[in-house]
Ligand binder design. Structure first.
Ligand code: DX5
Ligand code: ZN
Length: 220
C-alpha cells in the first residue's frame, strides 16, 4: 500500500513569512509544494507571479507543482520552468492549442499537467492523456482557497481513472480544492493519487501533523 503524493498549497500560507512556511514544508512529509498562479482574467483573483515562484524555489527542497490559472499560458511556461517549476499544469479551458502547449512543457524536460474546471468533462482529455503526467482535477471553481468541495468530483475521478486505464495507466490524478481528511479517502478510493490541500493544512493547529495524516492514507 502506497501513500498519496501530498502537495500543500502555498496560497493558504502566510505570505509575509514565506521563508518560514517553505522551511516548515521542507521539514514535513509533503512531497511537492503547490503554487497557484492567478492572473485576474482566467480567474477572478490575482495571487502571485514569477518572482515569488523563484523566491520559493530558492528555499524549497520539494518539487514545485505550478498551477497556471492564466490565459495564454504558453507565453509564460518557459519562464515558470526557469523560475523552478518541476511540474507545470495549464488549464484545458485556457489553451486553444492544448496539444502544442503540452509539448511545449514536455520539451523543456518539465513534468506536464492539464487542469480541468468542475464543468469540464474528463472525456475531453482522451486525446492528450498519453502525452501528460498528471491531470489536476479542480474540485472547486478556481480562484480562491478555502472553498467548499464539489461532490460530483468523485464521479469524475472514477471516470478519469477508467479512461486512463486505456490511454495512460501511470497517469497521476491530482485533486485540487476543498480537500480534507473526510473526502481524501474517498477520492483515493475512486482513483486519485495526488492531494492538494491549502486551508486544511495551513489553518490546522499543527500543519506538520495534518500533512502526516494525509500521507498515512492509502492509494488504491
Ligand atoms: C484554487 C486553487 C487551489 C487552492 C486550494 O483556485 O487552485 O489550489 O489553493 O485551496 P483549498 O485547499 O483551501 O481549497
Ligand atoms: Zn491549485
Amino acid at each position: 500500500n502506497t501513500s498519496p503524493i501530498v502537495s500543500p498549497s502555498i496560497l493558504a500560507a502566510d505570505f509575509a513569512n514565506l521563508q518560514t512556511e517553505v522551511e516548515m514544508l521542507n521539514q514535513s512529509e509533503a512531497d511537492w509544494v503547490h503554487i497557484d498562479i492567478m492572473d485576474g482574467v482566467f480567474v477572478p483573483n490575482i495571487s502571485m507571479g514569477l518572482p515569488v515562484c523563484e523566491a520559493i524555489a530558492k528555499h524549497s527542497k520539494k518539487m514545485l507543482d505550478v498551477h497556471l490559472m492564466i490565459v495564454q499560458p504558453e507565453k509564460y511556461v518557459e519562464a515558470f520552468y526557469q523560475a523552478g517549476a518541476g511540474l507545470i499544469s495549464v488549464h484545458y479551458e485556457a489553451c486553444t492549442h492544448l496539444h502544442r502547449s503540452i509539448h511545449q512543457i514536455k520539451d523543456l524536460g518539465c513534468k506536464t499537467g492539464v487542469a480541468i474546471n468542475p464543468h469540464t468533462s474528463v472525456e475531453l482529455l482522451a486525446d492528450v492523456l498519453q502525452d501528460i503526467d498528471l491531470v489536476c482535477m479542480m474540485s472547486v471553481n478556481p480562484g480562491f482557497g478555502g472553498q467548499k468541495f464539489i461532490e460530483n468530483t468523485y464521479r469524475k475521478v472514477t471516470q478519469l481513472r477508467e479512461l486512463a486505464a486505456k490511454h495512460n495507466p501511470n497517469l497521476l490524478i491530482e485533486i485540487d480544492g476543498g480537500v480534507n481528511l473526510a473526502n481524501a479517502p474517498l477520492l483515493l478510493e475512486a482513483g486519485a493519487n495526488v492531494l492538494v490541500a491549502g486551508s486544511f493544512v495551513f489553518s490546522s493547529p499543527n500543519p506538520l501533523q495534518t500533512i502526516s495524516d494525509l500521507k498515512k492514507l492509502t492509494v488504491k
